[in-house]
Every structure is written in C-alpha cells, then in structure tokens.
Design a protein around this ligand. Structure first.
Ligand code: GZL
Length: 356
C-alpha cells in the first residue's frame, strides 16, 4: 500500500501537472497538510529557552528511556468538571498510545492533597511528573521533593507564576488566559449590542487563570464597550453549585442585570440553573463563558448561553511530546501557547462534536 509520503508526492505531482495543463503560472504548492483533528490541541506560539535533561535545574538530570519509564500525573480538581475529566483522559490516552506506565492522582480541589499526591508518586519511584497545578503558588513542598530526587516536572494549564522554567519545571503548555478574557468581552459586546448591566462569576482565588481572564475581559470592555456596565464580580470558584448560589444572590441584589460573564462553563451552567429557578427565559440574560464543555455548547443550542470561548484541556499529546523532546536533547520551550476555538449560535450544532 502506498505510504503517506508516496501519496503526498503523487498528489504534488498531480497538482503540478494540472497547473501545467491549465497554463497557470503560479508555482505548484504542496497540497495543504491534512486538517489537524479539530478536537486536539494545536500550538499557536512558543517562547523561552529550550530545556533538556542536560541543563534542567542547572546541573541536569539522569537521561531515561521513556519506553521503560513510569510517569506520574497530578490532577488538581474533581473530575465532575468535564475540563478535568477530559484533561485526565487525554493524559491517560497518550500514555497508553505510547505504551508508557502512568500513575495518576486527583487532589479533589485540595492543595495539601495535591502536595501529598506528588510526594506519594515520588515515593513510588516515578521518573518524571506532569502536574496540573491547583493554585499558582503553594506547591513548594512537592516541587522541592521532586528536585531533591532529581525528578523533572512538566506543567500544564495553570501556571506556577513564581517558579522558573528549566529550573523548577521543564516548561509549561496552556492557553493565553488574558486573550480568552478579551475574546469573551468581544463576544459579550457582540451579543448585547454593546449595552448591558453585567455581572462576573470569578474563578478561584490564587489562580492565574482567574486573574488573567478577568484582566483581559475588563481591559477590552474599558477600551471598547462603554455601554457595558460591570455591576458586580463575585467568586464562584469554577464550581457549578457555587456559580448557581452566587448568581441567585446577585440576581436578588441586581434584578435588572442583562448579562453574565462566567470564568468557566461549570459556573455558567450553575447560572443557567439560577435563571431557570427565577423564572427567566432563554436569552433574557446573555451568558458568555469559557471552556467548551458539551453542556455549555448545548446551552448555546438551547438559547441559554450566548457564546463559549474554548479552553482546550487535551494536554496528553503535547505533554508526552515535551518529555520525549526533553530526554532526546531536542529541547522543550518554556512556554507553549495553544490555540482555542470559539462556539457561537452559528456553529454550535456543527461544533458540538468537538466539545468535551
Ligand atoms: C483553565 C482551567 C480552568 C477551567 C475550569 O485552563 O484552569 O480550571 O477553565 C477549571 O473549568 O476549573
């Protein structure tokens, strides 16, 4: 059977022949690469110095063969949140696809448990760690223990803001959370026509994602949408029940609100429950949220949610590629920013398949 390369060169040959026959003067271009899977992560940009086993932590660490290694994965929050279940599944799927032994833990939203989970995996002899931090600070006992044992760490999603790449962790991959906030504001402006009394359901404190999603949103609103008034901001901690409770409280205090910005889909779905309980109809209050869960995208289809900015949690392939590049000596950039799509009333039906 022809190999993909043979097929590709054949395609290029056909393309060149077709051009000759039509007399086009353009130079033949290779056919576009096959569209990447729409659900997987794509790297949008990278920055920072490459890190390898030779320069990690200044002194380097032992080179290991990933094929015979045991990798630990520390998940931060309960998997009731589809962001977390999809993230964990992606890590597990990639480990299985590569035939790499994986130990996975879940801190259930408790920082001390994430520390003890990591320390436990170190005691079990993991060779490297992939960590999804619960908070941007506070993991030091675990990071110190890993450094003591010469076990390198790759971080995903939330950023360890006071730690350094290739010193405390190999590198980081995640979304541009400030840009997500800006995109949420642009969507809010679009769906409200630039006029709204809005509330914000904030994510958890001490997390760069919360800070950045709010900064980007407020920056864009301040610069572009004078008609959108943010009347209240309150933490819902990325949790559905808290999102519902906070929305009930803010609806009581501000019965005239017309818009809700939720830092994540779980809180947005909590807000929908509160609106339903208050006898509101779909679309009465415009909701813009971030993640890309099936529940929220279905909410667009049902009219309760007006837009979702994706935050793609499928970190498995890029995480293990980073470990491969770390140990091969190819090197891992300090920062890898992934691209995130947007769900709208126009594309929600077609794109629901890519939600998680
Ligand atoms: C963002 C991630 C956030 C999700 C929430 O990448 O840290 O944490 O948006 C989750 O759903 O709680």
């Amino acid at each position: 059977m022809s190999s993909p390369n043979t097929l590709r060169s054949a395609t290029v040959l056909v393309a060149v022949t077709a051009l000759a026959l039509t007399g086009c003067t353009q130079t033949a271009e290779a056919p576009p690469a096959p569209a990447p899977s729409d659900a997987g992560q794509q790297v949008q940009s990278t920055s920072g110095d490459d890190c390898t086993y030779e320069n990690y932590g200044g002194t380097g660490v032992e080179k290991i063969d990933l094929a015979t290694a045991t990798i630990g994965f520390a998940q931060s929050e309960r998997e009731a949140n589809p962001f977390r279940s999809a993230e964990t599944q992606s890590i597990k799927d990639e480990a299985e696809a590569r035939g790499i032994k994986l130990i996975a833990t879940n801190a259930q939203g408790d920082l001390n448990k994430e520390i003890s989970d990591i320390q436990s995996m170190l005691a079990q002899g993991v060779d490297a760690l992939i960590i999804s931090p619960l908070k941007s600070e506070g993991l030091d006992p675990a990071l110190d223990a890993a450094k003591e044992q010469g076990v390198p760490i790759f971080t995903i999603d939330r950023l360890l803001t006071s730690k350094d790449a290739c010193v405390d962790y190999i590198g980081w991959v995640g979304s541009d959370f400030v840009e997500q906030g800006r995109r949420a504001a642009e969507a809010m402006n679009r769906v409200t026509g630039g006029e709204a009394k809005a509330i914000t359901l904030l994510g958890a404190a001490g997390v760069n994602v919360t800070t950045d999603r709010n900064a980007g949103y407020r920056e864009w609103i301040d610069a572009n949408a004078p008609g959108i008034e943010i009347v209240a901001e309150q933490a819902g901690d990325f949790d559905r029940q808290k999102g519902q409770t906070v929305t009930e409280q803010l609806l009581a205090a501000h019965p005239d609100i017309t818009a809700i910005y939720a830092h994540n889909d779980e809180m947005a779905l909590g807000a929908v429950a509160a609106l339903k309980a208050a006898g509101r109809s779909p679309g009465d209050v415009k909701i813009i949220t971030i993640d890309g869960t099936q529940g929220a995208v279905q909410g667009i289809i049902d009219g309760w949610i007006s837009g979702v900015i994706e935050s793609n949690p499928r970190f498995g392939p890029l995480s293990f590629q980073a470990l491969e590049d770390f140990y091969s000596g190819k090197g891992v950039p300090a920062v890898q920013i992934i691209s995130d799509k947007e769900y709208t009333p126009e594309n929600a039906e077609a794109e629901l398949v890519n939600a998680y």
